[in-house]
Design a protein. Structure first.
Length: 780
């Protein structure tokens, strides 16, 4: 491990003499107690893993879907890039689209990295640089992503800071490549996308590692507490503080103040988006109100007496919306000041007085020690008056207003999910509010229908009024974030995952931009959990998965184990917890296959790609952060599926099943080049429907290294799901049969007929690798 050293002395006496004004700087001190040998790529620069990236990109070709065919990024433009035209700088349409993809990944990575930097600097200030970093019991391989990428074991907070120094340097390099007159090749833009995704995984791992170690979060706990979730869980007899964002520090200040003053019976704290998960990881008495898409409905309800925002995924007009319901807003992050006056250095009494009196709509307070007291005191002061106010129109008022609908269909055209908003408004004219209630169930809270409406109707609010009983009934129990996966859990499942006997690991992550409501996430998770796949969740997807009850009134977290085992459904936590999912795959290589991790990225990624049947699903992916998260999984060779809105990322990474050359690998035992089945067939895929996503998920867990038993199990699920959702037997099963042992016994006749029709030939089961250097004996 490398650390910088510096000391300064006004006067120093040594064996060499007396020195005045002595200043000594040492570039690095090597502290190397780790006996694992260093791999070939510790702290890689953007081109160090370029060869691995090119192997992936030669198999999974970028399929670009540009919004437009012009470039407007510099004053030479706008340049027409249609057809084979090039811009003034020389770039073509493929290069331009790849540049946009890289820019998005950089934006996403920067959000996580800045979050991590703030946490590390704050926690060093609070607890000191030598504070231990601990992931929990049953874990010897701490921070597997950081080990793999940087070659370091982060054991102290100061180590975390060194790793972030590396990440910040890489981000500067990859972002600079998007400048006019820099990179020009789509292939190398895409390589840098994968690089920044890898850096993003490191920064997220550091962020979660430091908060787990210092803030009392569950530490790799399969039995992390069940916590209350949903709008109906909020106790309106108490003052309510709503926290929104991703950075736990301000929310922790609030819950700490409430605990210190012993006023939990008077104040309720609830969160949205990832701050919701992290406050419940610290304080199980806090509540997870809902995903990002619920911000508008909850603020407009008037239930929140104070709104506290930190960073990322915050409704950017939050001050205007909160002002309508007379709820003060406190901004706590320099990334989202929201135009509010700076009050960090003012006395607490003065800030509270201004907010309670309404002299100011809100305040920017970056002193997190003050936030807890200010937010709590303001909420307690304004609550009695606010509870007497009414913020939503009545159904009679809505019915009256609806009579003036112009029937222009602008609301429908504006809706990203094409919901029948106008028809619902016309039904409300007649006193029928059921259609508005149905639209509420699928609404993502964007309120674009309101902006489009020529009558300026508050259509989103009308939906909430129509669904008031549904809001009251939104009461669920969800399991808060457990953190990392234990090494002991990996030992139990590593072999059956690699051999295919546990069919796969399915991760539901990301945002809430769903095409048909959050229930889809639950249904997809349940479909595979009941088939003994391991299901992992995080972020808003983890919230949505828990917001469906079975016939016994239980959520998926209540009825299923939180262990990393067949049929388990485990929530690792917030967005920055996603590297625990990647870390589980990495640790399979270390624990089961005894592969060295330290600075050994390409070998481990090759192992995961060919052996670990993992698939990521971000059904509601919306943000640039979701793009960078996905990029990190791509570089590890893990495929990602997004919902229909994911096509707006402008680029998929699609394999061509018919292109045999792309599916040729080395047999590490012999060095032979061997044709394998297309598995995984795609690296980044947008599915239009849940049916399509489920079928593709079952297909993408197939790996070249599957044993005969494992391949048979995976194929039986693929065939069953295909027949369930599409209604017919898949026509490509024969491609995945290497020997008779791969054939599911109950489907043998159908498969043998398909094999005969396609002139199937037997293939041997190999030790697959894309890397020539992994051939035993070094290869030729």
């Amino acid at each position: 491990m490398k650390k910088k050293a510096y000391f300064k002395a006004d006067e120093a006496e040594t064996g060499l003499g007396r020195f005045k004004g002595l200043e000594v700087r040492i570039g690095t001190i090597v502290d190397d107690e780790w006996d694992e040998p260093m791999g070939p790529t510790p702290m890689p620069n953007p081109t160090d893993l370029r060869a691995w990236d090119h192997k992936l990109l030669s198999r999974y070709h970028p399929s670009y879907m540009p919004y437009c065919q012009v470039c407007c990024l510099c004053t030479f433009g706008k340049c027409d890039l249609s057809g084979d035209k090039r811009g003034a700088c020389g770039i073509d349409i493929k290069g331009q689209q790849a540049r946009i993809v890289l820019a998005a990944a950089n934006i996403g990575c920067s959000a996580h990295l800045a979050h991590a930097r703030h946490l590390v600097d704050h926690l060093i200030e609070e607890y000191g640089p030598r504070t231990d970093l601990i992931q929990g019991a049953g874990i010897e391989i701490h921070a597997p992503v950081s080990r793999l990428v940087t070659g370091m074991r982060p054991r102290k907070l100061e180590d975390a800071s060194i790793i972030l120094d590396y990440c910040e340097t890489q981000l500067a390099h990859t972002l600079s490549a998007t400048h006019t007159g820099q990179e020009g090749s789509w292939l190398d833009f895409e390589s840098k996308v994968l690089h920044v995704g890898m850096v993003d995984q490191v920064s997220m791992e550091i962020a979660d590692l430091v908060q787990i170690s210092t803030l009392g979060f569950p530490k790799a706990d399969p039995d992390a507490p069940l916590v209350e979730s949903g709008i109906g869980m909020m106790d309106t007899s108490k003052a309510i503080i709503l926290t929104i964002g991703h950075n736990i520090v301000p929310a922790a200040s609030i819950t700490d103040y409430i605990t210190e003053k012993k006023i939990g019976s008077k104040v309720e704290v609830g969160g949205m988006c990832c701050t919701a998960w992290d406050i419940t990881r610290r304080d199980p008495n806090a509540k997870v109100i809902g995903p990002i898409s619920w911000q508008l409905r909850y603020i407009r309800s008037g239930m929140a007496d104070v709104v506290v925002v930190d960073e990322q995924c915050v409704q950017t007009n939050v001050v205007n919306e909160a002002k309508k319901v007379k709820a003060p807003v406190i901004s706590t992050s320099d990334k989202a000041v929201m135009g509010l006056p700076e009050r960090s250095d003012d006395p607490v009494d003065s800030i509270v007085e201004e907010l309670v009196s309404g002299k100011i709509d809100g305040a920017f307070i970056h002193d997190h020690h003050k936030v807890g007291e200010v937010a709590t005191r303001v909420a307690l002061a304004v609550m009695p008056k606010r509870r007497k106010m009414k913020f939503f129109p009545s159904k009679k008022q809505i019915q009256k207003m609806a009579e003036n609908c112009k029937k222009c269909s602008e609301c429908i055209r504006a809706c990203p999910n094409d919901q029948p908003v106008m028809e619902a408004v016309l039904a409300a004219q007649l006193g029928n509010f059921e259609p508005l209630r149905e639209v509420y169930q699928n609404c993502i809270g964007c309120a674009r229908c309101e902006s489009a409406c020529p009558n300026d109707y508050d259509l989103h609010s009308w939906m909430v009024v129509a669904a008031q009983q549904d809001c009251k009934d939104e009461t669920h129990m969800v399991r808060t974030g457990r953190g990392a996966i234990q090494d002991t859990e990996i030992r139990n499942v590593g072999q059956p995952i690699v051999f295919g006997e546990i069919p796969g690991v399915i991760a539901h992550v990301g945002c809430a931009n769903y095409p048909q409501g959050g229930k889809d996430v639950h249904d997809m998770a349940e479909e595979f959990a009941k088939r003994r796949y391991i299901i992992v969740t995080s972020g808003c997807a983890a919230i949505s998965a828990g917001h469906v009850k079975d016939e016994n009134g239980q959520s998926i977290y209540e009825r299923r184990s939180g262990e990393f085992d067949a049929g388990g459904v485990l929530n690792v936590g917030s967005c920055v917890s996603n590297p625990h999912i990647a870390g589980a795959a990495i640790k399979i290589a270390a624990i089961f296959a005894k592969r060295n991790l330290r600075g050994n990225y390409a070998e481990i990624a090759d192992y995961i790609h060919n052996r670990v049947g993992a698939v990521g699903i971000s059904w509601g992916a919306m943000s640039q952060k979701a793009a960078s998260i996905a990029s990190g999984f791509w570089r590890l060779g893990v495929p990602v599926i997004v919902g229909p809105h994911g096509s707006k990322y402008r680029r998929m990474l699609l394999g061509k099943a018919e292109e045999e050359r792309a599916w040729t690998v080395y047999d590490a035992r012999t060095g032979d080049r061997v044709l394998t089945a297309p598995g995984p067939e795609h690296l980044f895929y947008a599915a239009e429907t849940v049916a399509e996503a489920n079928v593709m998920t079952a297909k993408l867990v197939l790996r070249p290294n599957d044993t005969g038993k494992g391949r048979s199990i995976k194929l039986s699920h693929y065939i069953d799901i295909h027949e369930k959702y599409y209604g017919f037997f898949p026509d490509d099963v024969w491609k995945y049969i290497r020997r008779d042992t791969d054939i599911p016994i109950t489907l043998k006749d159908k498969i043998l007929a398909q094999m005969k029709e396609n002139k199937w030939k037997e293939r041997r089961i190999i030790d697959p690798t894309l890397l020539k250097e992994q051939i035993m004996g070094g290869g030729t």
